[in-house]
Write a protein that binds this ligand. Structure first.
Ligand code: MSP
Length: 515
C-alpha cells in the first residue's frame, strides 16, 4: 500500500558554518525520504534555515554585515552543504522569506484568537546560545561565578515586556498525547525524559521580544518580534503553503516525521504540539531525536578548532562512504564519535571488502565466463533458495525498521545478506565450476546477481551514488529500481557493462607524504 510521507530536518541557525552535526540530521531525513520514494509513496522532504533571533543578529554584526545579506550568504552555504551530501530535499525554506513570515503570523493569530496569548512582562534566565528560557532550578553557578544552563550555555537575567503563550494550560493534554501516542516521541529514552519534564509542571512561555528587531513582527504590535522558536517551528507548515489550506502541498500535513537533534527535542515535543493544539491544527505523527557527534573524543567547538565541515570529508573519502559511516557507526538515536581511524576502517572493511568485492567478484566472473551476458535463472538448490528467500524479505524487514527510524538496524539487515552472499560465493566457488560444471556456474552467478540487485536496491537511500553504479553494472534499468520492480526478475540475456570497482580501498598517505 502506498501513501504520502512528509519528513523534515530542523532548520539550521545561520550564525555559523555548517558542520558534520548538521549534515547528520539531514542525511538521516534523506534516507527516510528516499526509502519512502522506493516504496512508491508520494514524499515531501523539507529542510532549510532558521534566520531570525538575537543570536543571528549578533553574528551578522560581528561579521560586519547587514542581517539580510549575512543570512543570504550563510543560508546558501547550508544549501550547498545539503547538495554536497546528496540530500534530496523537495524544498528549502528560509524563515526570512515572505511566505514564511506571513504563515508564522497566521499561526500566531490563530493561537491568539483561541485566547492563549496574553501580554505580560518576562523576567528570568535566558541563554542566547540556545535561544532558550530556563527555570531558576535549572541554573547552576560555576566556580568563576558564571551562571549556566544545563546545556552549559551562559545565561543572562532578562527583563522586558513580552507576550506569553499559555503553555501551562496544555500540561494535561500533552501528557494525554504522549500516553495515547507512545510513538510521538522517539527514541524511548527521550520520551521518558520529556514526560517527566512535563509532569514537573509547565510555566507559560515568553513568545515575544522587544530588545531587538531581527524577527517576525508580532501581528498588531510592531514593538514586538516573535520569539525565534515560535517563528521557526511554524516552518513545517508555512513551507506547505499555510495559511492557504487549499494549497496543493497542504495535503502533506500533518507531518509524518520530524527528525531533530536531542538538544531540541523539548521544543518539538512540548512547545510545538501545544502551539498546534492552540491553533486547532493537527499534530505530527512522530518526533525522533538523534544523538550528538564528538570528534576524536572531543566536543566540537570553534575554540578547539575541531569543527568538521562534512564537505572536507567528502573531498577526501567520497560522499557515500561519509553517509555510510554516519549511519553505521552507532544505532541511530545514540551519541557517537567521529574518528578518522574508524571511518577508514568501515570504508575498507564493510564497503570495499564486504560489498565492493562481492560485486566485483560476481560481475567479473559474469564478464569473463558468461560473455558479459546475464545468465538465465536456473534450478535452485536449497542453498540458492535460502539466499534468495533472505533477499526477497529484505525490503519488508527494512520497512519495519525504517518505520521506527531504526536506520542503523535497517542497514544491518542489508549487511546480513551481504555476509550471507559472501559465505555463499566462497562455498559455491563458481570460479572452480567453469571447467567441471559450467551450467551450475551460470546458475550460481545468476543467484548472486539477483541477491546483489536486492542489496543494491535497498541500499540506494543510504549510498545512492554507488548503488546507482552497481545497479547499472547489474543491467538494471532506471525504471526497475524500486521495491515493486524487485518482484519482476530481470530477463536473461541482458548485456552487462564492463564491471568497474565501486569502492576503492582507502590507503593513508605515507607518513611524511601527508600534509
Ligand atoms: N534552529 C534550531 C532548530 C529549529 S527547528 C524548527 C537549531 N539549529 S542548530 O543549527 O543549532 O541545530 C540544528 C541541528 O543540528 C539540531 O538538530 C542539532 O541537534 C544538530 N547538531 C548540532 N551539533 C551537533 C552535533 N555535534 N552532533 C549531532 N547533531 C548536532 O537548533
Amino acid at each position: 500500500m502506498t501513501g504520502r510521507f512528509y519528513v523534515t530536518t530542523p532548520i539550521y541557525y545561520v550564525n555559523g558554518a555548517p558542520h558534520i552535526g548538521h549534515a547528520y540530521t539531514s542525511i538521516a531525513a534523506d534516507i527516510v525520504a528516499r526509502f519512502h520514494r522506493l516504496c512508491g509513496d508520494e514524499v515531501f522532504f523539507l529542510t532549510g534555515t532558521d534566520e531570525h533571533g538575537q543570536k543571528v543578529e549578533q553574528a551578522a554584526q560581528t561579521a560586519g554585515e547587514a542581517p539580510q545579506a549575512f543570512t543570504d550568504r550563510i543560508s546558501a552555504d547550508f544549501r550547498n552543504m545539503a547538495d554536497a551530501m546528496n540530500v534530496s530535499y523537495d524544498d528549502f525554506i528560509r524563515t526570512t522569506e515572505p511566505r514564511h513570515i506571513a504563515g508564522a503570523q497566521a499561526v500566531w493569530e490563530k493561537v491568539a484568537a483561541n485566547g492563549d496569548i496574553y501580554l505580560g512582562a518576562y523576567e528570568g534566565w535566558y541563554a542566547l546560545r540556545d535561544e532558550a528560557f530556563y527555570n531558576e532550578d535549572e541554573i547552576t553557578t560555576r566556580p568563576d561565578g558564571a551562571k549556566v544552563a544545563p546545556t552549559g550555555a551562559p545565561v543572562e537575567w532578562m527583563r522586558e515586556p513580552s507576550y506569553f503563550f499559555r503553555l501551562s494550560a496544555y500540561e494535561d493534554r500533552l501528557l494525554e498525547l504522549y500516553e495515547k501516542h507512545p510513538d510521538f516521541i522517539g527514541p524511548v529514552g527521550r520520551r521518558n525524559e520529556i514526560v517527566s519534564f512535563v509532569k514537573q509542571g509547565l510555566r507559560d512561555l515568553s513568545v515575544s521580544r522587544t530588545s531587538f528587531k531581527w524577527g517576525v513582527p508580532v501581528p498588531g504590535d510592531a514593538d514586538h518580534v516573535m520569539y525565534v522558536w515560535f517563528d521557526a517551528l511554524t516552518n513545517y507548515l508555512t513551507a506547505l503553503g499555510y495559511p492557504d489550506v487549499d494549497a496543493p502541498r497542504m495535503k502533506f500535513w500533518p507531518a509524518n516525521l520530524h527528525i531533530v537533534g536531542k538538544d531540541i527535542a523539548r521544543f518539538h515535543t512540548v512547545y510545538w504540539p501545544a502551539f498546534l493544539m492552540a491553533a486547532g491544527i493537527d499534530l505530527p505523527d512522530m518526533v525522533f531525536s538523534n544523538g550528538w557527534w564528538t570528534v576524536e573524543g572531543e566536543k566540537m567547538s570553534k575554540s578547539l578548532g575541531n569543527v568538521i565541515d562534512p564537505r572536507d570529508l567528502v573531498k577526501e573519502f567520497g560522499v557515500d562512504p561519509v553517509r555510510f559511516f554516519l549511519m553505521r557507526e552507532v544505532p541511530f538515536g545514540g551519541d557517537s564519535d567521529l574518528s578518522r581511524r574508524s571511518l577508514i576502517n568501515r570504508l575498507n572493511v564493510e564497503l570495499a571488502n564486504d560489498l565492493g568485492n562481492l560485486g566485483q567478484r560476481t560481475l567479473s566472473l559474469i564478464a569473463r565466463n558468461c560473455g558479459g551476458i546475464l545468465p538465465a535463472q536456473g534450478k535452485h538448490t536449497e542453498a540458492d533458495a535460502h539466499l534468495l528467500g533472505q533477499a526477497a524479505v529484505l525490503p519488508d524487514v527494512m520497512k519495519a525498521q525504517i518505520a521506527r527510524v531504526a536506520l542503523t538496524d535497517a542497514l544491518e539487515e542489508a549487511w546480513k545478506l551481504i555476509r550471507a552472499c559472501n559465505a555463499y560465493i566462497d562455498h559455491q566457488a563458481p570460479w572452480a565450476l567453469k571447467k567441471t560444471d559450467p551450467e551450475r556456474m551460470a546458475d550460481v552467478l545468476r543467484v548472486l546477481a539477483d541477491a546483489l540487485r536486492s542489496i543494491a536496491t535497498v541500499l540506494q537511500p543510504y549510498i545512492p551514488e554507488s548503488m546507482d553504479k552497481m545497479l547499472t553494472q547489474l543491467g538494471v534499468e532506471p525504471d526497475e529500481r524500486d521495491f515493486d520492480a524487485l518482484e519482476m526478475p530481470l530477463p536473461a540475456g541482458r548485456e552487462l557493462p564492463k564491471p568497474e570497482g565501486i569502492f576503492p580501498r582507502f590507503v593513508e598517505p605515507e607518513a611524511g607524504e601527508a600534509k
